[in-house]
Design a protein around this ligand. Structure first.
Ligand code: ADP
Ligand code: ZN
Ligand code: ZN
Length: 723
């Protein structure tokens, strides 16, 4: 018999199926991991097929050396998923298979954790001399049953134990200990479902995709829990994805409260050992619900009855580092494979998802009201240009300061949100609000410190940094923005006696830091929590009566066709943190562009109005979801090599413009906006095309690039970040 093997190496030259002889005495099955010889090396590989025949010359085939584990780590569904992803995302097979296993398992770094016990050897006659008092005591203790080695050692000393071991009176036993992530388990708060929730649960049964569009606080989480409960009673398993780790503590607490040990948690914030153990609990069937960030979509669960993507619009569902994939595609695949529903939940669905629902591809379920009957908090838009004209050039408007003072007097809580997505910054005139934009593309330019230039991320055009505002002549034209730290410092000046907490990338780099900050906030009153988008979602604090959005525009000018959409989503999410309980809530939104349409719709919680406007703009400007943007990113340490490679590929691809005519809206090759990252030079082909021929064009480009390149090239569809 012969095995088809994929070598577990991230090298382009090895990205194909190798054949090996299966030794007669080796019992192998598809999906197992094995050691195989390759040249003079021994490498790990995955068996993806077993056959009586082979394609390669039999005489030259080598034999599999041994198995790594005794079980098939890769299940049949995942092999099909591998094919799907290789085809859709142009990824190397090994790099896909790696997604399916905890890396700890592949690298063999983490082993199971065992606890050692001592027990009496059964049916042995024990005779001890009178002087061996300690040994006697140990034997007496063990007559009641096994004892932990550490405790026994501490109590009676290790030499007595050793003596008993040598005499053959006692023996060791090992029991596996599962490391489980630290979670505060909430009391299970079961609520009586309202009619909208009941309706939703009744509808979500079929093998299709549902968009659950419900305002913040409409009780979507309760729906998820009920759907999963039903799934379990049907004897099936479920996956639920949440966008960010900062979100998981609360969701996990809720789910642990209801489902106990049936829940396993998978995300990158876990220690290696914890992740491995959680993965194994799912693999063995001990846990039936996988909850986690993006990568939990690869949970080793069979017989799925429900897949849920909460906050489906979040950018974190798209993997931007290699291997690049969209979690939505994977979820679709797994739902179709298992014949189960896929639920996309959001208060602000992505434009693309909502269009799919409108077009009838997804079934739309709406929850327009908050579950507890509370109104959504009113949003007050504050014009920061007006503040400046009135002589207030601080980060805070007078309105926000007055409202903060109110919160503090009432011993309530406030959240101050600042939007710091990505690293780039735009140039803005502090006097008239002018923003530097690309003359060709109408997106904001990004300031690049390394060469002191403004660049357009869509066409690569470069502009000199402005010293005067072209609109009003002011020299207060600046780039950059305020950060959380600066806000905390300022707030402390205004409110020295108040507890002020900060949550951003800097303060949450250590394990469980998120949860610690949130727990501290929960018990402090009055208190102010200052944070980035981390505080925007999911948290449910009863006493938050004020949400301040300090510089709402930052995502608006974020140089991306999705900028407005992102701004709308962020404002809605942040606003949803206020007034969730009996207390009245309020949102203060500070902006330098108060007349931008996004603020009007966001302040009225008018998703549909926003969608209508935005989808029209996308159609007119020919941006996704009406078109597809493709970036082919070449990068290498050797600049000459990348430049040559780009040239070779582009010479062939350039001709597509004639061949496909109108189908191609934009096509060009250029240096990437950031020319060099981690010592690698970056060049790219940027392309925008209509949808009709997009798959065909993409596949042709893939083949051209694949043939020409000896190293990896990245294909990105509708990328989130074009730096
Ligand atoms: P969402 O996920 O849509 O933002 P949640 O599920 O977090 O909303 O619910 C918001 C709040 O409403 C929670 O405190 C939840 O316990 C409560 N809630 C949910 N469903 C009901 C219900 N049927 N009756 C009363 N309260 C509910
Ligand atoms: Zn100006
Ligand atoms: Zn441009």
């Amino acid at each position: 018999m012969y095995a088809q093997v994929i070598i577990d190496q991230d090298a382009k030259a090895l990205d194909r199926v190798f054949e090996y002889i299966i030794p007669d005495d080796m019992d192998l099955s598809i999906g197992m991991r094995v050691y195989v010889p390759l040249g003079s090396r021994v490498l790990q590989g995955f068996i993806i097929g077993i056959d009586e025949n082979c394609e390669y010359d039999k005489a030259k085939l080598k034999s599999i050396i041994s198995k790594i584990e005794d079980f098939s780590a890769i299940k049949p569904e995942m092999l099909k998923l591998m094919e799907f992803m290789a085809d859709k995302n142009h990824l190397k097979l090994a790099s896909i298979l790696r997604l399916f296993l905890p890396s700890e398992m592949r690298e063999g770094k983490v082993k199971e954790l065992f606890k050692t016990y001592y027990l009496l050897v059964p049916d042995v006659q024990i005779t001890l001399s009178k002087s061996a008092k300690k040994q006697f005591e140990i034997v007496e203790a063990l007559k009641n049953g096994k004892q932990s080695a550490i405790e026994l050692g501490e109590k009676f000393g290790y030499s007595a134990i050793k003596a008993l071991l040598l005499k053959g009176y006692i023996q060791k036993s090992y029991e596996e200990v599962k490391r489980s992530p630290f979670i505060i388990v909430d009391k299970d708060k079961r609520v009586k479902l309202n009619d909208s929730q009941k309706d939703a649960i009744t509808k979500i049964r079929e093998n299709k995709t549902y968009l659950l569009h419900g305002v913040t606080g409409s009780g979507k989480t309760e729906i998820y829990m009920n759907l999963i409960e039903r799934t379990l009673t049907e004897g099936k398993n479920a996956i639920m994805l949440v966008p960010e780790i900062s979100l998981t503590p609360q969701i996990m607490s809720n789910f642990k409260g209801r489902f106990g040990d049936s829940v396993a948690l998978l995300h990158s914030g876990l220690s290696a050992g914890e992740r491995f153990d959680e993965w194994k609990r799912l693999f063995s069937g001990e846990a039936k619900i996988a909850i986690g960030a993006r990568s939990a979509i690869f949970a080793p669960l069979e017989n799925l009855g429900m897949i849920i993507i909460d906050e489906e619009h979040e950018a974190s569902y798209i993997s931007e580092s290699n291997p690049r994939y969209d979690t939505h595609d994977v979820a679709q695949f797994r739902a179709r494979f298992n014949g189960c529903p896929l639920v996309l939940g959001s208060a602000t669905p992505s434009i693309e998802t909502y269009k799919n629902a409108k077009d009838g591809e997804f079934e739309l379920i709406e929850l327009p009201l908050r579950a507890n009957g509370r109104p959504l908090p009113p949003v007050q838009i504050v014009d920061m240009m007006e503040e400046i004209r009135r002589g207030n050039s601080s980060i805070f408007s007078n309105q926000l300061l007055a409202d903060l003072a109110n919160v503090i007097n009432g011993k309530k809580q406030a959240m101050i949100f600042i939007n710091r997505r990505g690293y780039s910054s735009f140039m803005r005139c502090r006097d008239c609000g002018y923003i530097a934009k690309c003359s060709d593309c109408d997106v904001s330019l990004v300031y690049h410190r390394e060469d002191n230039r403004l660049k357009c991320h869509y066409c690569g055009k470069q502009f000199k940094v402005l010293s005067k505002c072209p609109n009003c002549g002011s020299d207060k034209i600046k780039y950059g923005a305020v950060g959380t730290e600066q806000i905390v410092t300022k707030l402390k000046e205004y409110f020295p006696e108040v507890k002020i907490l900060r949550m951003d990338n800097d303060t949450t780099s250590t394990k469980n830091a998120h949860q610690k900050i949130l727990n501290e906030f929960k018990v402090s009153k009055p208190a102010i929590l200052v944070g980035t988008q981390m505080i925007a979602k999911g948290h449910d604090f009863e006493d938050v009566t004020l949400v301040g959005i300090v510089d709402a525009d930052q995502s608006l000018y974020h140089t991306d066709y999705r900028s407005t959409e992102r701004t709308f989503q962020l404002i809605t999410q942040v606003a949803g943190r206020a007034g969730r309980s009996v207390n009245e809530g309020k949102v203060v939104l500070q902006t330098y562009s108060p007349r931008h349409y996004v603020y009007k719709f966001a302040a009225n919680y008018d998703y549909k109005g926003f969608y209508k406007k935005e989808i029209n703009i996308r159609q007119t400007a020919q941006f996704p979801p009406f078109t597809r943007i493709l970036r082919v990113l070449f990068s290498d340490y050797d600049e000459n090599y990348v430049r040559e490679l780009l040239k070779i590929c582009y010479t062939e691809i350039e001709g597509f413009e004639n061949e496909y005519g109108d189908e191609i809206i934009y096509l060009d090759a250029m240096k990437s906006p950031i020319k060099r990252i981690q010592d690698k030079y970056r060049y790219q082909i940027m392309m925008r095309m209509k949808l009709a021929k997009a798959d065909e064009i993409e596949n042709r480009i893939f083949r051209i690039v694949d043939r020409a390149s000896k190293t990896s090239v990245f294909f990105e569809v509708n990328p989130q970040n074009l730096s």
